[in-house]
Design a protein around this ligand. Structure first.
Ligand SMILES: *Cc1c(COP(=O)(O)O)cnc(C)c1O
Length: 418
């Protein structure tokens, strides 16, 4: 079985109206980080949140949104922030930008997101050990799956600590019918090229009201005081979204519901086609409370499976970032680290790659990342064991039904029958 094209994890898909909004910006000379598209995009996002009390600020990246939310929660040098360990680095890195320390909290096995009971115990332990309360709690909607956010918010209320939801991967997901990103004090969205919708690069922060929005805008535009000249009494950032990017965003908002529907359709097709494949388990909504956008469809491989080439897994070093990911990577010192996916998962990734299919291991937990080796971590083994057996599969609008059939056939072909 061969295919000439490559199937990627999650490619951007343009709806068709994006250029109209961009052309309008050029025609009216709004080629700056403010203007009608920025305002219009923020209004579209606010409407989507379905909560009149919320306001939204469009920013240059989801990472910038995490950073400013932490700042607005008063995080500063010497503080601690409780962060879900099973996440992409952009949930925790901005904590360090502020001179504070991420304290990692492991996941529960159902949603793969922050374990509320472990969070409760971890906070109590931090208070006992340091004599101070952590400044914020950052749960994540990993691969789009809602967290037990009602319980996490309740823990936050118990201790008087604000919750910042990292909904970068969970745009359009719902918990108990409510849009993810609207439960906490702040909600983070990302419009990077691989997310549910894109502005090429960008993000947004869902804020608790107009006053909070104003404060976020102040810090996103270099913290300028009202004088005829530049007067600075605080350190600010250049984090506003450009009116061009926001034009892409307005066009994308017209196809958001189609995108979400397609991600769910792809998940349903994987469900159907993988149902008779022993040892391959699709990650699903744990109960009717959860309504994932299935940004990325993920599977876990039973350790008893034998994937072709598992005995040769990790024989060759990966050069550059895995798959189509952008950016510069340092050459790996070794093909192994002390915490890596098992040989089955790596063999499956290599087999699919040779078949023209991009897949990727689940995100490596932050508490196992060398850069966070000395950070406090409250672990139960869930995220680390998932990391060792899990794989993300191609998802989203650019993945056709035929692609899913081909991917599942390839997974079957990779499994040794005997
Ligand atoms: C993508 C992502 C971010 C950051 O978004 P950018 O727009 O890429 O800066 C933050 N958190 C998580 C969990 C993400 O997946």
């Amino acid at each position: 079985m061969t295919t000439s094209k490559r199937i990627y994890l999650c490619l951007a898909h343009m709806g068709g109206r994006e250029m109209d909004f961009i052309r309008e910006a050029f025609d009216t000379n709004w080629v700056v980080p403010l203007g009608p598209n920025v305002n219009g995009f923020e209004e579209d996002l606010k409407r989507f949140c379905g909560d009149e009390s919320k306001e939204v600020v469009a920013l240059s990246a989801g990472t910038a949104a995490v950073h400013l939310a932490l700042l607005a929660c008063g995080v500063g040098p010497g503080d601690e922030v409780m962060v879900q360990s099973f996440t992409f680095c952009a949930s925790s890195h901005p904590v360090t930008y502020l001179g504070a320390t991420p304290v990692f909290v492991d996941s529960e096995a159902d949603s793969w997101n922050m374990d509320p009971e472990l969070l409760d115990r971890a906070i109590a332990d931090r208070i006992e050990k340091t004599g101070r309360k952590p400044k914020a709690i950052v749960p994540v909607y990993l691969y789009g799956m809602p967290a037990r956010i009602d319980e996490i918010v309740a823990v936050g209320e118990k201790y008087g600590i604000p919750v910042i939801e990292d909904a970068a991967e969970g745009f359009g997901s719902r918990f108990d019918g409510r849009v993810c990103g609207t439960f906490g004090r702040y909600g983070v969205l990302s419009f990077n090229g691989n997310k549910m919708i894109t502005t090429s690069g960008g993000g947004a922060l869902i804020c608790p009201g107009p006053e909070a929005k104003n404060e976020i805008m102040f810090y996103a535009t270099q913290a300028r005081e009202s004088y005829p000249y530049y007067q600075h009494e605080r350190i600010g950032y250049n984090y506003r979204m450009s009116n061009i990017c926001a034009g892409i965003g307005r066009g994308q908002m017209l196809v958001l519901e189609d995108h979400i529907a397609h991600h769910r359709h792809v998940q349903a097709l994987y469900r159907e086609l993988l149902s008779d494949v022993d040892g391959v388990t699709l990650h699903e909504n744990p109960s009717p409370h959860y309504d994932s956008n299935f940004w990325l469809c993920t599977v876990t491989l039973s350790p008893t499976l034998k994937v072709k080439g598992h005995d040769k897994a990790y024989a060759t070093a990966v050069s550059g970032a895995v798959g189509g990911a952008a950016g510069v990577t340092h050459a790996a010192a070794d093909t192994h680290t002390d915490c890596e996916p098992n040989a089955n998962v790596e063999a499956m990734r290599v087999f699919l790659d040779a078949a023209g299919i991009e897949s990727r291991p689940l995100w490596k937990p932050m508490h196992r990342q060398p850069v966070y080796a000395s950070n406090p971590a409250y672990v139960n083994g869930v995220s680390e064991s998932l990391f060792k057996v899990g794989l993300c599969l191609p998802s989203g609008p650019m993945v056709s039904d035929d692609d899913v059939r081909y991917i599942v056939d390839s997974i079957k072909a990779a499994i040794d029958a005997d």
